[in-house]
Design a protein around this ligand. Structure first.
Ligand SMILES: [Zn+2]
Length: 281
């Protein structure tokens, strides 16, 4: 047997890895194809794993970008408060970002408002009214009207619509001082002054009476609204040719302020309108 025949026989038995394909046997080609296919599948799996890893990293990058946007477009105290609350709750990084996005879009809000938030909300309600409160609740995320009202004790100052009665003052004292936490014993100061008011009448639902008229002459007319004629009578008394009743020009306001290092704000106990016709007698 020639040397060439021997080489062909050896190659047919066990070919080296670098033998060109055209010199391989059919069986060897099938084996090579099987191994190559297996290797290809392994690479496919690795590619899928890398794609998944890359997708996760892209998502995290998106979360960071959204966080930056949230910080850039929101007020920083609110952001820090939200982050601290979510961290206390053991929330994940993504949950924090979702909450921040909700805060930015005003779709969700933190349940942990600070006392300062409630004070600001109350100030907005008092100075700007419920419509401004509603607008700022959605625009800046201050506590809602109902949440603010629940936070503070509801104190109602009952105005004296006619002649001042002791019972009305007692009701106001009970409303402002009765539900307060226990007061330490100390002196109190009674303060009284008169404030200019709009000369208009109003309906007091609690008393079913006409308010805003002077106490000086209120005893001349029954201010209770028992029927339509009662309203006409009061109107005639104010707007008739010979008025005997007037709109209040000023309101006498009495307040009690404790001599205390803390909580020394005067609390009103009396408000009564006057036409300034009464004398010291
Ligand atoms: Zn009067």
């Amino acid at each position: 047997m020639t040397r060439a025949c021997l080489q062909i026989e050896e190659r047919a038995q066990a070919a080296s890895p670098h033998v060109p394909y055209q010199f391989l046997m059919h069986k060897q080609l099938r084996e090579l194809l099987r191994n190559t296919t297996k290797e290809l599948n392994e690479y496919k799996l690795k590619t899928l794993a890398l794609c998944r890893k890359l997708s996760t990293m892209v998502n995290r990058l998106g979360d960071l970008k959204r966080l930056i946007m949230a910080v850039a477009t929101s007020d920083h105290p609110r952001i820090s408060h939200l982050v601290s609350v979510t961290l206390q709750q053991g929330a994940s990084w993504r949950a924090i970002v979702r909450m921040l996005e909700g805060a930015v879009e005003k779709l969700s809000s933190s349940r942990g408002y600070s006392d300062k938030d409630f004070q600001i909300a109350r100030l907005v309600k008092v100075l700007g009214g419920p419509k401004l409160h509603y607008a700022l609740h959605h625009a800046l995320g201050i506590p809602s009207l109902s949440t603010t009202e629940q936070h503070f004790d509801k104190r109602v100052l009952k105005p004296s619509l006619g002649t001042v009665k002791v019972t009305e003052i007692n009701e106001n004292i009970e409303s402002f001082f009765g539900k307060h936490r226990s007061w330490p014993k100390h002196g109190h100061n009674l303060q009284m002054d008169e404030l200019a008011i709009n000369e208009v009448a109003f309906y007091d639902k609690a008393c079913n009476s006409i308010g805003g008229l002077c106490r000086d002459h209120a005893h001349l007319v029954d201010l209770k609204i028992i029927d339509y004629d009662a309203v006409l009578t009061a109107s005639e008394a104010v707007h008739g040719e010979n008025p005997v009743l007037h709109y209040g020009k000023e309101a006498t306001v009495a307040a009690i302020a404790p001599f205390s290092r803390d909580d020394y704000s005067p609390l009103p106990v009396l408000v009564s309108s006057t036409c300034k016709a009464e004398t010291a007698d």
